[in-house]
Design a protein around this ligand. Structure first.
Ligand code: NAP
Ligand code: ZN
Length: 349
């Protein structure tokens, strides 16, 4: 039997959110139902609800940074029981059989992973995300949240955490690495915490010095304003890894110069316009320019444990359902410190 749950719904691109009931599917044999407690606001929610990445599916319930408590389990569920603390990120299904799924990279599933919202399930039904009070997902896409991280601080780890953890791991960040993080927002602040916890020396490259104290408090050694050309020049060929989390266009030449020969510039920020790169900026010094898409489920589980072991979650501001429209404006203006998390119990419908 399907159920209904209060949710924040955008009916058309860019429309203000309305609070009303949406349907959730019946809990299948391999499903868990989750009482959602908190949902983070990722800049990807804003890109999608405003159709900045192309046409989207409406009505839309965004939310792919979800933390809550298991409220029911299907007959064949083995990994979870009622009462467990769990998180759900950007995906809710994948084929489970292709080489990428078998290797734990469900985000690259050859059939196409089912995204948590603004996607179509394999049953053809549009998916609706975590800005809601309950969610039903396959147990394969629920991740245990270790004790020691509050659910509010855990929610953003399901996207911002894994999206920064995965490329830092892949490109070998550890003690002795020099890492720069461009953009101190939701993803960026997690990149700083995680790279620092991995043992790297971390520098934040931000548009101004306004967030410098915060950068240092989160573990960065240095914080440079990207408008300060001399400060950037002093870091030429300095970084092993630069992690670009900026949601807007950037002059690649400026930042590629800061990467050491054979080092890596990896983008996770997803602006709408192409980057322009002079081939010589990569070839002359054998640099790698890379991208990274969230992370698979095994790595997400590993990341949650890594954060718990190091005693941190995200740095969050908890807001009510009626504050979400205003929060979107603040995220776009770069004013969030550093992730808004919606207390979904405040959705009334
Ligand atoms: P966010 O909280 O808005 O942070 C982005 C940061 O980029 C801002 O805090 C700001 O940092 C900087 N920035 C913003 N506008 C800028 C501009 N015009 N020029 C230069 N810097 C600017 O966003 P987020 O939630 O972290 O997401 C960041 C991007 O990653 C988005 O495009 C999102 O869609 C994408 N994303 C990708 C993945 C993936 O799998 N690859 C996953 C999640 C999100 P300063 O104030 O420090 O300059
Ligand atoms: Zn996200």
């Amino acid at each position: 039997m399907t159920t209904t749950t209060p949710a924040l719904v955008a009916d058309t691109a860019g429309a203000p959110f309305v609070q009303r009931l949406v349907e959730r599917r019946e809990v299948g044999a391999n499903d868990v139902a989750i009482d959602v407690k908190f949902a983070g606001i990722c800049h990807s929610d804003i890109h999608q609800v405003r159709e900045e990445w192309g046409s989207a599916i409406f009505p839309m319930v965004p939310g792919h940074e979800v933390a809550g408590i298991v409220s029911a389990v299907g007959a064949d569920v083995t990994a979870f029981k009622v009462g467990d603390r769990v998180g759900v990120g950007c995906m809710v299904d994948s084929c489970g059989e292709c080489e990428f799924c078998l290797d734990g990279f469900e985000q690259h599933c050859t059939r196409g992973a089912v995204m948590t919202y603004n996607g179509l399930g394999y049953d053809g039904e549009p998916t609706l995300g975590g800005y809601s009070q309950s969610l039903v997902v396959s147990e394969r896409f629920a991740c245990p949240i270790p004790e020691g991280i509050s659910l509010a601080e855990a929610a953003p780890l399901l996207c911002a955490g894994i999206t920064t953890y995965s490329p830092l791991r892949r490109w070998g960040v550890g003690p002795g690495s020099k890492v720069a993080v461009i953009g101190m927002g939701g993803l960026g602040h997690m990149g700083v915490k995680i790279a620092h916890a991995m043992g790297a020396e971390v520098t934040v490259l931000s548009r101004s010095l306004a967030k410098a104290d915060d950068s240092r408090a989160l573990g960065a050694t240095d914080h440079l304003a990207t408008s300060d050309k001399d400060a950037l020049k002093a870091r030429s060929s300095y970084f092993d890894v630069i992690l670009n989390t900026v949601s807007a266009d950037l002059d690649m030449g400026t930042y590629l110069r800061l990467v050491k020969p054979r080092g890596v510039f990896v983008s996770v920020g997803l602006p709408t316009e192409p980057y322009s790169v002079r081939p010589g900026a990569l070839i002359g010094t054998s640099k790698v320019m890379a991208g990274s898409n969230i992370g698979g489920i095994p790595e997400t589980v590993e990341m949650l444990q890594f954060c718990a072991d190091h005693g941190f979650g995200a740095t969050v501001e908890t807001i009510n359902a009626d504050e979400v429209d205003a929060a979107y404006e603040k995220v776009v203006a770069g004013e969030v410190r550093y992730r808004y998390v919606i207390d979904v119990s405040t959705i009334s419908a």
